[in-house]
Unconditional design. Structure first.
Length: 429
């Protein structure tokens, strides 16, 4: 009964937005999306509670330290994956052949394990340099390395499920992850471990448990072999894809590091409250959609129909998404408490940035699904955007404080969206 109602609602919405009957392929895509929405929705709620507890109980200063560990860790994990997980999603999704998928999965799995273990040791040796580079204490630098390692393990197995089109299983494990971080964190709190390290350890332990569980579930796709031909293909595509996807996701995270550079650790905590209640919520919907969209788009050679649908969605994203993000900030900031002041202009800037973030993300992943040539274009563009964001942050933050940080993000994503709009012909050539 519930499935029939869901299908009818989806068909009605689809026909009214796109002006055409829904196809069987689209229904299959939306069914997979339904599973992911369910699993990620549960996890999202748990993460929401987790973040609120961190912000309220730990306070802006300790919460700011946790945010820095997370932010620097999201920078370091790039070197531990080298985009191989993204490449594995694309190549596994293209053809559902068991022998091919086993070679791809095994090669990416063992390569990343070897590289990540090696880099953890090297990063620890050079952790004092990281500390100076990011203007953070040595302890935060080392915890960031640990965080990056466990996130890499988690990403490896999650992307393996994506490439294998096992979305129902992915949804279950994602929901389990949400429950785990919340339960582990609360257990720490009940034992009076009130520190930013508590939050870091809770997430890392949850990553490790999920990594172990998914590894067992996909063991039939794992063999003790690294296929040299597939390794070459994975690295060739992966390095470009990693540069594009990493810099895109890291751009808003960079703003937290820049805020720490020019303001205070407590300011990082306050800024992240706004980030979490807007861009992080946007990132949730983005991740849910891209989780299914990228492997699905990779299966089809013709990108024009997909591009057409994205363009039709853009007006709805602005008209509906902007006010929703504004309201979400108003609600969530009140949960954080009186230590986190409300600034309506800042909320508006974050809301607009969130929508531009989504539009750029949808366009860029469609380019990723096309091939290496298109991925190179995205890498060049996002590199330029990254540099623009750095310069804008250096100029705006000392002058406009928090508003300067988010204004730099907004202008950066606006530049990216304009460039991709004028480059879209490459998708249908």
């Amino acid at each position: 009964m519930t499935n029939k109602i869901y299908t009818r609602v989806i068909e009605w919405a689809y026909e009214n937005i796109f002006g055409e009957k829904i196809s069987l392929k689209t229904l299959i895509f939306l069914k997979s999306l339904k599973y992911v929405i369910f699993g990620y929705g549960i996890a999202g709620f748990c993460v929401f509670v987790f973040e609120i507890l961190c912000g309220r109980i730990l306070g802006p200063n300790e919460y700011g330290k946790f945010v820095l560990v997370n932010s620097v860790g999201m920078f370091l994990y790039f070197f531990m994956t080298m985009g191989v997980t993204t490449a594995a999603v694309k190549y596994n999704a293209e053809k559902e052949e068991y022998n091919r998928q086993q070679k791809i999965t095994s090669t990416s799995y063992w390569f990343i394990l070897i590289i990540s273990f090696t880099l953890v040791l090297l990063f620890f040796i050079f952790s004092p340099l990281f500390s100076k580079f990011f203007s953070i204490p040595l302890l935060i630098s080392r915890l960031s390395i640990i965080f990056a390692f466990f996130y890499t393990l988690y990403l490896l197995v999650v992307d393996s499920l994506r490439g294998l089109h096992q979305f129902k299983k992915l949804a279950i494990f994602r929901a389990t992850y949400g429950f785990l971080i919340l339960i582990i964190f609360i257990l720490f709190l009940l034992n009076n471990y009130l520190s930013f390290k508590t939050a870091v350890f809770a997430i890392c332990l949850a990553y490790l448990i999920i990594f172990s569980m998914i590894t067992v579930s996909i063991r039939s796709y794992l063999s003790f072999e690294i296929d040299k031909i597939w390794l070459k293909n994975l690295l060739e595509y992966g390095i470009y894809a990693a540069g594009g996807s990493f810099l895109f996701v890291f751009l808003p995270t960079l703003s937290k590091i820049m805020v720490n550079k020019y303001l205070t650790v407590a300011d990082v905590g306050i800024y992240n409250a706004y980030y979490f209640s807007s861009l992080n919520i946007t990132l949730f919907f983005y991740n849910v959609f891209i989780t299914v969209f990228f492997p699905t788009a990779s299966k089809y050679q013709q990108k024009a129909p997909i591009l057409k649908k994205i363009k039709k969605l853009i007006p709805f994203m602005f008209l509906i998404g902007t006010p929703l993000l504004f309201v979400s900030q108003l609600i969530v900031l009140n949960f954080y408490g009186p230590k986190y002041p409300i600034n309506y202009f800042l909320m508006f800037l974050f809301a607009l940035s969130g929508i531009l973030f989504l539009i750029y993300g949808f366009y860029s992943w469609l380019f990723f699904s096309k091939g290496i040539k298109e991925v190179r274009l995205i890498v060049i563009l996002i590199t330029i955007m990254f540099l623009i964001n750095v310069f804008l942050s250096i100029y705006f933050i000392p002058r406009l404080s928090f508003s300067g940080a988010v204004l730099a993000i907004l202008l950066t994503y606006l530049t990216g969206v304009i460039c991709l709009f004028f480059s879209q012909k490459k998708l249908i050539e």
